[in-house]
Each structure stands twice: as C-alpha cells, then as structure tokens.
Design a protein around this ligand. Structure first.
Ligand SMILES: NC(=O)c1ccc[n+]([C@@H]2O[C@H](COP(=O)([O-])OP(=O)(O)OC[C@H]3O[C@@H](n4cnc5c(N)ncnc54)[C@H](OP(=O)(O)O)[C@@H]3O)[C@@H](O)[C@H]2O)c1
Length: 327
C-alpha cells in the first residue's frame, strides 16, 4: 500500500524510518514546508534516537534513501499536494496543523490523522477499538500518544472491575506545542519555557479515551504536567472500581495476562524499578510499572510508561497495516 506523509516532523520522520524496508507499506511521497535538504539532514541526524544508518540525500523534488527515490513536495495546503500523481492510497497527516474534517478533506486521499479530533469518521487506539473501523471511514484519527498509553490498561481494568470514575495525570515530556523560551501562546502556561518548567496543562486524551471506550463516557477526567525531558512520559491512572480487586498483585496479574492476550504487543508489564530513560524506544503503547501498582479500598492506581514518539509510531504502522489488509 502506498503511503504519503504530510509533515516530516518528529512523528513524520519516525514513521518514515519505521516504514523503511517494510515489505507491504511503501512511502511513495512526503510533503513539508521545509526544503528537502533540511528534511534529509534531520533524517540522518536525531538528537534523541541517534543517527540513521541509511544513506539519505535529495535532488529536485525528491528524497533519495539508499538510492531509492521518494517524491518530495513543498506545499503548505493539502489541496495543492499531488498525492495521486504518485499513487498514494492513504495520507498520514502529521503536521499538527490540519485536524478538522474540513481541513483534512483538502487531501485527495483518505487520511490517518496523528492527533485526536472529534470531526473525523473514527477515533482509534490500535488494540482497543481498531476493529470498529468501517469501509466508508475516510478520516481516521489515531488519537494521541497519551490516549494510547491510557486506553489499553483502562480497557482491561474496566472489563475486570468496572470503572465508576477515572482520574489520570500524564507527566509528559515537552514537545513542539510549547515554547523554548517564554513567548506568547493561547495557554499562558504553555507560553512558558518548556525546558525550564513543570507546566500543568490539558490533554486531548481526556476526551479521546471516552471516544475509544464508549462505556466510560462522562467518567474520565485527565490532565498533563509537561516536564523538562525530551521524550518518554508516564501516566498515573486512578480508577474507582465497582468491584474492587483484592490487592495490587491481582491487578498486575490481570494486566500481565492482558499483555500476553488481547493486548499483546500493545501493553507490557515491567517488574524492575526503572526510570524514564530505560523506556527510550520502547515499542509498546503502555508499559505498566508493576511495583508502583496500588489498591486502596475501592481505588486502583497504576503507573504506565510510554515513549510518546516511538510507541505511537509503532501503532501508526499497525493501523496502516490493518487498513491494508481490511480495506
Ligand atoms: N511528538 C509526539 O510525541 C507526538 C505523539 C503523538 C502524536 N503527535 C501529534 O502529531 C502531530 C505532529 O507532531 P510532531 O511532534 O511530529 O510535530 P513537529 O515535529 O512540529 O512536525 C510537524 C511538521 O510539519 C511541518 N508543517 C507545519 N505546517 C505545515 C504545512 N502547512 N504543510 C506541511 N508541513 C507543515 C512542520 O514544519 P515547521 O516546523 O516549519 O512548522 C514540521 O516539520 C501533532 O498533531 C502532535 O500532537 C505528536
């Protein structure tokens, strides 16, 4: 299946690399407002994950990776990107600029959006509700990295214990939605220097989790604290249970069993006492920190780690592969 990527930023480039050499999914074209030489440079060098072993360069209208040519466009509006001329079948919209249905409809192909959006046909967390995708769905939101961290374990906990209410707080690394130095922004806290501050703010996952697990509508309340770390985040999830478990060991056993069953490859349970950098590059959407699970009366607390870039990119890959097979 031929893929186009709009926006060669953190997620776009991560996906580009993850798709490289994939026998079934081929990046046929990419688009960004930057010059091809800059995107080639940023593909070769990455401050967080390190360099890429592939040979990357560019020429007029194309990127070249190990000698293979990929069409490169430099348009700022989806309407102007000639995806069809390269045979693109699905576009991954990863600019962070185009999120509502009207903007997405500028693309000449169906779209997987790398952000939560309520005006799409379907919001999906792979492993939890991807089977809800229907043939006519043209605009599919892959929601957010935090939704991918929260929804899988919450889905398992809700099934076993019934959730009355859910609170979560994601301790999230900084990203491009913040500023490097203090600068005007609509959110006065996100306007403050991202690498200097702990910044309480909102998360789109609060709403998206309820969309992907409809039984939880009206029950979930979440927030984020952005912290001065470049990648890897964690979420504390507190569930008020209708049928409380006996103890933390029971909860961990349940989540371990889900991680080798329904949620294999999506959820994992770690029983070592680790810290954020130990989770750099983890391909799972959500890794439960077993020693930190707690049960207190009717409340269950779990802590879940995620590499917000790598884990998310791996689920985009799963989703695209699912679309290839099912559509
Ligand atoms: N980073 C994460 O951990 C993460 C995880 C899951 C989902 N997401 C979501 O994925 C989206 C992208 O995030 P990101 O972190 O990859 O952001 P990013 O690094 O800023 O990447 C966005 C890229 O799109 C380019 N761009 C901006 N406007 C464009 C336009 N009109 N046409 C074409 N390209 C354009 C940007 O160029 P300029 O830099 O010049 O603007 C940049 O290269 C966001 O919606 C974000 O919420 C991010």
């Amino acid at each position: 299946m031929k893929i186009g990527i709009n926006g060669m930023g953190r997620i776009g480039r991560g996906l580009f690399k993850a798709l490289w050499n994939n026998p079934y999914l081929e990046v046929a074209a990419v688009n960004d407002v930057a010059e091809a030489s800059m995107i080639a440079h940023l593909l070769r060098h990455d401050s967080y994950y390190g360099g890429w072993e592939a040979e990357v360069d560019c020429a007029a209208g194309l990127l070249r990776v190990n000698g293979r040519e990929i069409s490169f466009f430099r348009e700022d509006a989806p309407e102007r990107i000639p995806w069809k001329s390269c045979g693109v079948e699905w576009v991954v919209e990863a600019t962070g600029r185009f999120k509502d249905r009207q903007a997405l409809s500028g693309h000449s192909c169906p779209v997987v959006l790398t952000a939560a959006s309520r005006s799409v046909d379907r919001q999906v967390v792979f492993g939890v509700n991807h089977e809800a995708i229907r043939d006519g769905d043209k605009y599919i939101s892959a929601t957010s990295c935090t939704t991918h961290c929260v929804a899988p374990p919450l889905w398992a906990l809700n099934r076993a214990y019934g959730a009355r209410t859910v609170l979560f707080n994601t301790v999230h690394c900084y990203n491009v939605s913040q500023t490097l130095v203090d600068a005007p922004k609509s959110d006065p806290r996100r306007a403050r220097a991202g690498a200097l501050n702990m910044i309480p703010t909102t998360t789109s996952a609060s709403i998206a989790v309820e969309e992907v697990i409809p039984e939880l509508r009206g029950k979930v309340c979440g927030m984020a604290i952005r912290v001065p770390a470049p990648a890897v985040s964690l979420t504390e999830i507190i569930v008020e249970a209708e049928r409380p478990p006996r103890d933390a060991a029971e909860v961990n056993a349940l989540l371990s069993s889900a991680s080798s069953g329904d949620l294999k490859g999506i959820l994992s349970v770690c029983n070592e006492d680790l810290v954020s950098q130990d989770f750099r590059g983890t391909p799972f959407s959500s890794v439960i920190d077993g020693p930190l699970t707690a049960v207190n009366g009717g409340l269950i607390r779990i802590i879940a780690w995620y590499d917000n870039e790598r884990g998310y990119v791996m689920r985009l890959l799963d989703l695209l592969n699912y679309l290839r097979l099912e559509r």
